[in-house]
Design a protein around this ligand. Structure first.
Ligand code: GLC
Length: 751
């Protein structure tokens, strides 16, 4: 249903018939962990009442729950939907939400990896596959994209976003929404996108997940909010609030965020859901006195729906309406937004899912191809001294694969995925064996045992989340065996990184060191004299100083997903060419955090690389960095005008040439700098990028436009968007250190 009048009339009728209790029920979303049904009553009893399956089913049967999450089986979804429809008087269906972050059954590379493709089309295609699989099983809404800007890689959720930059972040956010939603809410085989966590969550103090974020308006409007605005401009139908206090006021009860920014300034008409328990935690924050007041503060601030993992705060809303703390009109406004989503998804007419068709969709081989291609286009070639890569499969006699991560299906997938099929997950080792096993000898040695977290992960409850510590593992003998295997090979591929439970939610880390004995293993392999290729399995920058100084080739493969090993093998042997670029600045060590490229100029900028006395303070690898198997040259940078009025647009053009002997992709990046104005502006800001494929010797003209959207910024004193009369530098190249330069002037200011 898409006729706004019909939708409005249908909702008007429902609201006139619904009790206040039924309205509060529509604003309540419960976790439903079906597997908890099989837990002995004693253990299940430890769960908060609302999460015991029978309690949720009872709530459904009396119209006290309008939405569920974490239900992933089509038959289960249909069963629970039937319970709800039979239970409530108005035949209102349940809307099912879930974390479809980077794939549902077919697991895509993690979001930071897809951002590293700098290719909105790759991102959109990937999320369209994720949406098709999720919708097929009966999930209507995904809690994604996560669009939190992250400038502190100690924060584990850096993996779920698009890195440090608002311009790249906005482009990736919009591409994800297009992928999830298609042409708009209700598009067949698509789901509602719910950008999260609104807002500022990535600025957690010390990179400690869930801790407070304190951001100036200057940072909020110019860095942290733009990706949300881009997601909403792309049509996202939902927004999820963040856990933490923003500038002292919890985001889930923050009227400035949820009403002034979201509704009044941006005109958002979708509905807002809290993060898990984030309404209840308004009491934990010392903001609300009790659970009932937490519900009042949440609803009145603009949080339409409560995601509850314990007794719902919104169960107290009927009492709050009765005593006047919540106006029924406010309650109705929230219910209206939720019912509108259900109507636009046609859930009233088609509440059930075709269980047989679901399996057909999940098994569609085309989805694996999309995942493989996304993994190939996400990889970032960090180093390739003497062009060690691509390897020559014909001259290769023996290739050694070293490191436990090389043969771990679960870690190849990364965090935030649950419905994967491990049996079809291709590891690095399996991918290499499939590629060259018929003509070369591929040997393998883990060398070390997996590293373990010091503290358990919140995801351990799902089983298989922590790596098994191998029994009877002789550390000394295994390390020696790995060295022997490497020594006997023509090339050694060493896979290092973090185990997937070491990054993601509640996986902040106090250092960037390679966990466990990986560096020792790498050094032992390098000491054999066999040429080494390092593959990095990661979601945050790691301390690769030793590798960067001693290993000729380093390829960042992130957590490449279901088809990861196949993609990696294609990249290693040149059947795919790396073209990804870093979506964040890569610090030398954790002690340099935060290290961003878009800093402002300060005192003695000429010493920017020696701010510390003990280590260079420049990045190990700069933002936007990524090599190829070919090379590119830039020339002919020109502007169609060298001065414009504020509000006008100019065109920038450049020629990019593939100067190598094989085809390759280059991400052409445009950076600007405003030399002076009413505020100190960053030394460089990304304001344009384009990924292009060039044949050997091919030259392409690439054009960008620079206008108000690129040249304005939000001014902390004017408290609005401004353009300054100033001279602007323009650089274009293959990363943030680009040197090809031009300049122009904006002759007058605006705003
Ligand atoms: C989690 C996360 C959020 C997720 C939600 C539901 O705690 O913060 O990103 O969507 O709960 O799983």
């Amino acid at each position: 249903m898409n006729d706004p009048n019909a939708i409005r009339e249908h909702i008007d009728v429902l609201l006139s018939q619904m009790s206040v209790e039924e309205k509060a029920g529509q604003l309540t979303q419960f976790f439903y962990f079906g597997f908890m049904r099989d837990i002995p009553p004693g253990a299940a009893a430890e769960l908060p009442m609302s999460n015991q399956p029978q309690h949720v089913e009872e709530a459904l049967a009396r119209g006290a729950a309008g939405s569920l999450l974490f239900v992933r089986e089509p038959a289960e979804i249909n069963r629970l939907q039937r319970l709800a429809l039979e239970g409530n008087r108005h035949n209102i269906p349940v809307i099912f939400g879930f974390d479809v972050i980077h794939g549902f059954r077919t697991i895509l590379p993690v979001p930071i990896a897809m951002a590293a493709s700098w290719d909105p089309e790759t991102v959109e295609q990937g999320q369209a596959v994720a949406a098709r699989e999720a919708r097929a099983v009966g999930i209507h809404w995904t809690f994604a994209p996560m669009v939190d800007i992250s400038r502190d890689p100690r924060w584990g959720r850096i993996i779920e976003g698009a890195g440090e930059d608002p311009y790249l972040g906005a482009a990736i956010a919009a591409a994800q929404v297009r992928g999830f939603q298609g042409a708009g809410l209700g598009t067949p085989e698509r789901v509602i996108a719910g950008p999260k966590h609104f807002a500022g969550y990535g600025a957690a103090l010390g990179g400690r997940d869930y801790d407070e974020a304190n951001l100036s308006d200057y940072e909020l409007w110019n860095v942290y909010l733009p990706p949300f605005k881009a997601a909403l401009d792309a049509g996202a139908g939902n927004v999820m609030t963040a856990y933490m206090p923003l500038n002292g006021v919890p985001a889930t009860g923050n009227r400035w965020l949820l009403d002034e920014v979201l509704r009044q300034t941006w005109g958002f008409t979708g509905w807002v859901v809290s993060d898990a328990n984030a309404v209840r935690s308004l009491q934990t924050h010392g903001f609300a006195q009790d659970l009932a007041e937490a519900g009042v503060f949440g609803l009145n601030a603009g949080c339409d729906m409560e995601m509850a993992i314990a007794d719902a705060a919104y169960a107290h809303l009927p009492a709050a309406v009765a005593d006047g703390r919540v106006a029924e009109t406010a309650l109705d406004a929230s219910v209206r937004r939720v019912l509108e989503a259900k109507l636009r998804l046609r859930l009233f007419d088609e509440p059930f899912v075709d269980e047989e068709h679901a399996q057909t969709v999940l098994n569609d081989p085309a989805h694996r191809e999309v995942a493989r291609r996304a993994a190939e286009r996400s990889a970032v070639l960090l180093r390739n001294e003497n062009n060690l890569l691509p390897l020559d499969r014909d001259s290769l006699g023996t290739l050694a694969v070293i490191g436990p991560l090389a043969d771990s299906q679960r870690d190849t997938l990364g965090p935030w995925c649950f419905e994967f099929d491990l049996a079809e997950t291709v590891t690095v080792l399996a991918g290499i064996r499939a590629k060259i096993g018929d003509r070369a000898t591929v040997t393998y040695a883990p060398g070390i045992r997996p590293a373990q977290r010091a503290f358990p992960s919140m995801f351990d409850m799902f089983g298989g989340n922590a790596p098994e510590d191998p029994a009877d593992f002789d550390d000394a003998a295994e390390l020696q065996r790995a060295a022997d295997v490497a020594r006997a090979a023509d090339v050694a591929v060493v896979v290092v990184g973090e185990w997937q439970n070491m990054i993601g939610e509640a996986a902040s880390r106090s250092s960037l060191d390679l966990p466990g004995r990986q560096l020792e293993l790498l050094q032992a392999v390098v000491d054999t004299g066999t040429p080494v290729v390092v593959l990095v399995l990661n979601g945050r920058p790691l301390d690769l100083r030793w590798a960067a100084a001693n290993v000729p080739a380093i390829l960042d493969i992130w957590y490449p997903g279901t088809q990861g090993g196949t993609a990696v093998a294609n990249l290693l042997f040149g059947d795919a060419v790396p073209g990804g670029k870093l979506p964040f600045t890569w610090p030398r060590t954790g002690g340099h955090i935060p290290l961003i490229y878009a800093h402002t100029t300060s005192h003695e900028p000429e010493r920017q690389d020696r701010r510390y006395w003990d280590e260079h303070s420049t990045p190990l690898f700069p933002f936007g960095h990524g090599l190829s198997y070919t090379t590119f040259a830039y020339e002919g940078l020109r502007l169609d005008r060298d001065r414009i009025e504020a509000g006008e647009t100019l065109t920038v053009a450049v020629e990019v040439r593939n100067t190598g002997a094989r085809p390759g992709d280059e991400v052409v990046q445009l950076y600007i700098r405003q030399r002076h104005g009413r505020a100190a502006r960053p030394v460089r800001e990304l304001k344009g990028f384009r990924r292009v494929t060039l044949q050997a010797g091919e030259t392409r003209t690439v054009e960008f436009t620079l206008g108000p959207d690129e040249l304005h910024y939000w001014h902390p004193l004017e408290r609005t968007w401004v353009i300054d009369a100033a001279t602007f530098d323009v650089w274009i190249g293959g990363d943030v250190t680009a040197e090809l330069h031009a300049e122009f002037a904006v002759q007058n200011s605006a705003g």
